[in-house]
Design a protein. Structure first.
Length: 78
């Protein structure tokens, strides 16, 4: 491959954000994951409020923009 490929690893950043897991995979008010019974009632327990701006997807977008704007470095031809 002659075109350099760059990837942006957002995994560790996303894992550190308390709001990284929306819906029924979030944590409750005590900081614990929802149990099976609570996950089966998404209307009552789903947490979608953190999708209001700014949020985790906005952080990803900012990082992507920064990576696109910087000059290439450490280019390796495969």
């Amino acid at each position: 491959m002659r075109t350099p490929v760059t990837y942006l690893n957002i995994t560790s950043l996303s894992e550190r954000r308390i709001d990284a897991h929306p819906s029924v995979y979030t944590i409750n008010q005590e900081g614990k994951p929802l149990n099976t019974e609570q996950r089966q009632q998404p209307i009552k327990y789903a947490d979608c409020s953190h999708w209001c701006l700014p949020g985790l997807p906005d952080t990803w977008n900012a990082l992507l923009l920064a990576s696109l704007m910087r000059p290439p470095s450490n280019v390796h031809l495969l």
